[in-house]
Structure formats: structure tokens, C-alpha cells
Design a protein around this ligand. Structure first.
Ligand code: PLP
Ligand code: COI
Length: 354
């Protein structure tokens, strides 16, 4: 096949994979043998390289570091029982990356560079994909502005890089979340709907305050009225109330999660009533007191389905129904895991073998 952007491969002389127990690696700290690096200069993507994972020189003056012209993606590869490695809905990640690129005035990443680079990279490092029940290879594509210039302007040069790390569970246990009404993750007209690096940097201080109160994560609310849920720090949020699956409707302040859209698709497939709309704090607190709120969970690539077992709001703490009674989120969690691991049919063609 003739590629519009050639990919040069420099394999490692010796793999490091045997140095790790892939089922017990901490999230995001152990990197597989190779990485992909592509450069954008003179108005075009140049050749891409798959290289041994290594540090590479970058100026301290680059725009990504000073002004946050940087976006990223999060996706996963899974291994089935016969050793075949597949990606979960990778084109959705490309679409979202490029939505982010447009909003952040960055060049879009061409589909062939993204898909062929990704597949080559994952094929080369397939022994790094854990085959354990909850294991996967977490994939971090990212795009950074690399002009060496302190003036605030759109960069002329960029790097598109893909790193990968074997991963297990992101949250080992069900979590408690804090409803945040003083600090906001996103505002209308801003960049909340894209995976801009700055969205995460700004969330660290409010998350630290929530952690000091005993909560693992923040549940963000809207910046205008402080009364409607948006999403959590690393995931979208869903509620089951009166047998209906309810989640905040997408807007320019909420990330269009790929796990979110997959959960909604499964729910509709199972004829579960689904509502994508504004969800107020008041509605949820009333449903807790009436006993009609039966499940609350977060969903995301790293987090998968993360059960939320308690909610803090102002001076109160609300203990939620036990995880053992949560039929919908337990079923959706198992179904996603089985589809990804090739343990059941893939009715929506979500998996792409590399
Ligand atoms: N919301 C935020 C802020 C996230 O960081 C993530 C994780 O990527 C999600 C939602 C879930 O998105 P996805 O399911 O595409 O991973
Ligand atoms: C993901 O789930 O892929 C994320 O990006 C969340 C987090 C690790 C930043």
C-alpha cells in the first residue's frame, strides 16, 4: 500500500516486556517498547517514525508548555483468548481529536497517519497488551504545538505522538464524588467539549480540595446556575432513576465520551428508556430521598464503568444504594468487557483488529 505519509519503523533491539508484571502495573507509568512520532512543518505532515520509547529533546520555549496549545486522546487495545489484539472504536477518537484540533487552531491529523500509525504501533507492541480479565493497553495519542517562540500566536510546527501503557483498573474500588459548585471545569464558548490539556490542569486544585474532604473525584456543575450536573473529572456521569437511564445532554461544556455513547447505544438496544437532558442536583437529591435513584456511575476509557457509592454536597453526605443491587451498570460493564475481549458477539462492529 502506498501511504501518503510514510511510516519509518526502528524496532528496539530487545523488548523490555519481560521486566514487568502486566497485570499489576500502576496506571500510566510503564511505557511499552515503542512510540510513534510525526512532525508537522511547512504546512504539512512529514514522515512518521515508530521509535524505541525514549526521551527526545524539546525546547523549554515551545507553545504547548506556555499557552496550552495541546490536546490528547485516550483509547484502549484489548487481547482476546486467541491472542488477537483489537482497538475499541478508534475512529471515534480520531474524530474527537480533530474536533479539538480545529478548536485549538491546530492542524488535523490525517486518517491514514492516525490509523496506520496506530495499527503498526500496536502490532509491534502486541505482547504488551495484558490478557488479564481487566487488562488492556491504554493508548495516549496527543498533539502539541512545538514552535520555539514566547509570543502568543498559533504555532507553525506540531508533533503528533502516540505512547502506550499496559493498564488494569483505573479506580480499584467504587468511588465517592463531591458536587462542586464553586469552581468550574468549563464555560460556554470555551473548550470543555475537547480534550484540551488545560481542562485537566485547571481541575487539579478543586480535585485536591475534594480529596481533602474524603472524595475521589469532583462532579462538575454548570458555571451559570451551579445547579445542573455536567460530568466528572475523568468520565461522563449517568443516573438510573425510576428505571430510566438519565445523563446530562452534550453541550460545548461536556466531553462527548465514547464510553458514554456506547453505554447509551447498549441501553437503547436493550429497550431501556434513555434520557439525555439537563439533570439538576435537586432532582437527584430528591430521587435519593424517595429511593427512586438506584444507580450512579461514571463512564470513560480509563475509568471504564466506575460505580459511585456516595455523593457529597455542601455539608451533607448521601450514601447511595449498594453496588450489588445495580443491575443496569453491572450488565453494561460486563457486556462492554466481553465485547472488547471477544467473549461475546460485537453487534455494533466496535472492535477493529490491528
Ligand atoms: N469526560 C472527561 C473529562 C474525560 O477525561 C473522559 C475520558 O476520556 C471522559 C469524559 C470519557 O470519555 P471517553 O469515554 O471517550 O474516554
Ligand atoms: C481517558 O479515560 O482516556 C482519559 O483521558 C482520562 C484520564 C486518564 C485523563
Amino acid at each position: 500500500m502506498v501511504r501518503s505519509i510514510p511510516i519509518e519503523i526502528q524496532p528496539v533491539a530487545k523488548s523490555r516486556v519481560s521486566e514487568y508484571d502486566l497485570t499489576h502495573v500502576p496506571f500510566g507509568k510503564c511505557f511499552s517498547d515503542h512510540m510513534l512520532v510525526a512532525e508537522y512543518v511547512n504546512g504539512a505532515w512529514q514522515k512518521a517514525q515508530i521509535l524505541p520509547y525514549q526521551d527526545q529533546p524539546l525546547s523549554y520555549a515551545i507553545s504547548a508548555l506556555h499557552y496550552g496549545q495541546a490536546i490528547f486522546e485516550g483509547m484502549k487495545a484489548y487481547k482476546n483468548a486467541s491472542g488477537q489484539v483489537s482497538l475499541f472504536r478508534p475512529l471515534e477518537n480520531l474524530k474527537r481529536l480533530n474536533t479539538g484540533a480545529v478548536r485549538m487552531a491546530m492542524p488535523e491529523v490525517p486518517e491514514d497517519l492516525f490509523m496506520e500509525g496506530l495499527c503498526e504501533l500496536i502490532r509491534l507492541d502486541q505482547q504488551w497488551v495484558p490478557d488479564s480479565e481487566f487488562g488492556s493497553l491504554y493508548i495516549r495519542p496527543f498533539l502539541i504545538a512545538t514552535d520555539e517562540a514566547i509570543g502568543v500566536k498559533i504555532s507553525d510546527t506540531y508533533k503528533f505522538i502516540i505512547l502506550t501503557c499496559p493498564a488494569g483498573k483505573y479506580y480499584a474500588d467504587p468511588i465517592k464524588v463531591w458536587i462542586e459548585t464553586s469552581y468550574f471545569r468549563a464555560v460556554h464558548g470555551g473548550v470543555g467539549f475537547v480534550k484540551a490539556a488545560g481542562n485537566y490542569g485547571r481541575s487539579l486544585y478543586p480535585t485536591k480540595l475534594a480529596e481533602a474532604r474524603g472524595y475521589k473525584q469532583v462532579l462538575w456543575t454548570d458555571s451559570e446556575t451551579h445547579s445542573y450536573f455536567e460530568e466528572s473529572g475523568t468520565m461522563n456521569v449517568m443516573f438510573v432513576i425510576d428505571g430510566k437511564l438519565i445523563t446530562p445532554a452534550l453541550s460545548d461544556t461536556i466531553l462527548d465520551g465514547i464510553t458514554r455513547k456506547s453505554v447509551l447505544q447498549l441501553a437503547r438496544h436493550w429497550n431501556m428508556p434513555v434520557e439525555e437532558r439537563k439533570v439538576s442536583i435537586q432532582e437527584v437529591l430528591e430521587a435519593i430521598s424517595k429511593g427512586t435513584l438506584t444507580e450512579v456511575f461514571g463512564c470513560g476509557t480509563a475509568a471504564t464503568i466506575a460505580q459511585i457509592i456516595g455523593i457529597g454536597y455542601k455539608t451533607d453526605y448521601y450514601e447511595l444504594k449498594p453496588v450489588a443491587e445495580r443491575t443496569f451498570s453491572t450488565k453494561v460493564d460486563e457486556t462492554l468487557r466481553k465485547i472488547r475481549k471477544g467473549l461475546m458477539p460485537d453487534p455494533f462492529d466496535w472492535m477493529l483488529p490491528v
